[in-house]
Write a protein that binds this ligand. Structure first.
Ligand SMILES: [Zn+2]
Length: 298
């Protein structure tokens, strides 16, 4: 039964007098269907107030969450992609890049920056899924490599926030080379004793999972994130068996030993701060213990 009954018939409102409902005033959770105001949803860092479903957000939101007062310096902000293969699918690759840049306001699928997180210097690279599916092309690889170099030069911890469909097919082999390049840079970071935290968000798949996303000193994830290499359909067809429940969810991946912990977005900044302060404790502690023991013995 309708809520309102139109008593008078034949009412016509000219288009210019029609009142429009502003777009995006309400948010409906895709998981539990609960409806909240967009303002409240944003205040809750785009996680559902009712079921804690973590909505996908991009570098703008993560930088705002992690950097103190949203103050940071972006690195290589204007690096954009070339077209090494003259690639054309439904449209030429350069046109696709320009159209995506216009639609998203981003230059490519990753943004890198440095700033302070609870007073501690950190370099962060964060991927954006709405730029061609967060695909990893040469710009993504190069920006991550340079951000790692920045972390090495400034002796700051490095954090990677991944959100990707995998390699960018329009750059084919050039995309795959980024896996080796970023991995090599991370090895140098590790040799120099600097911490690397990798956070996998929904979704992290393909060549990204197979390179930098899984190479963290700490591999962490957001609740419910899809994490995998190949898609479930491909795996199912290959092994000829049904896949277990929750397959490729962050919780499943954690249970099978690929993650260190899952972190709620609302606790992310504090947890990272605690973790970094814990691992950067000066190495003087064991000395003290020794001295105490020595005193006892004498
Ligand atoms: Zn929900």
């Amino acid at each position: 039964m309708p809520w309102f009954k139109r008593v008078e018939k034949g009412i016509h409102t000219p288009t210019e007098q029609k009142k429009e409902t502003p777009d995006g005033l309400w948010y409906k959770c895709p998981s539990c269907k609960a409806v909240t105001s967009m303002a409240e949803h944003r205040k809750n860092l785009s996680t559902c107030v009712k079921c804690n479903h973590h909505d996908r957000v991009g570098s703008k939101e993560y930088f705002a969450i992690l950097f103190d007062n949203n103050e940071f310096t972006e690195l290589d902000a204007n690096l954009t992609s070339g077209d090494p293969l003259d690639f054309v699918d439904s449209k030429p690759y350069p046109n696709r890049i320009v159209a995506t840049q216009k639609a998203t306001g981003l230059k490519d699928a990753v943004r890198t920056a440095y700033g302070k997180m609870n007073g501690q210097e950190i370099t962060i690279a964060c991927m954006d899924f709405n730029f061609i599916g967060g695909s990893m092309g040469s710009v993504v690889g190069e920006k991550i490599a340079r951000a790692i170099d920045h972390a090495r030069q400034t002796r700051t911890p490095f954090m990677m926030i991944s959100k990707s469909g995998g390699a960018r097919m329009m750059e084919a082999g050039f995309s795959l080379m980024q896996m080796a390049k970023t991995s090599a840079k991370l090895a140098q970071l590790s040799e120099e004793g600097l911490p690397y935290i990798s956070m996998l968000t929904d979704p992290t798949t393909g060549g990204v999972t197979a390179s930098y996303a899984m190479l963290g000193d700490f591999n962490i994830a957001e609740p419910g994130a899809l994490i995998g290499f190949a898609g479930p359909r491909v795996i199912k067809e290959t092994i000829g068996k049904d896949l277990p429940k929750g397959f490729q969810s962050a919780e499943f991946v954690l249970e099978h030993g690929f993650l260190d912990f899952i972190v709620d977005r609302k606790e992310l900044k504090q947890k990272l701060t605690d973790l970094l302060s814990m691992i950067s404790q000066p190495a003087a502690e064991p000395e003290k213990v020794k001295t105490k023991k020595a005193t006892k013995a004498s």
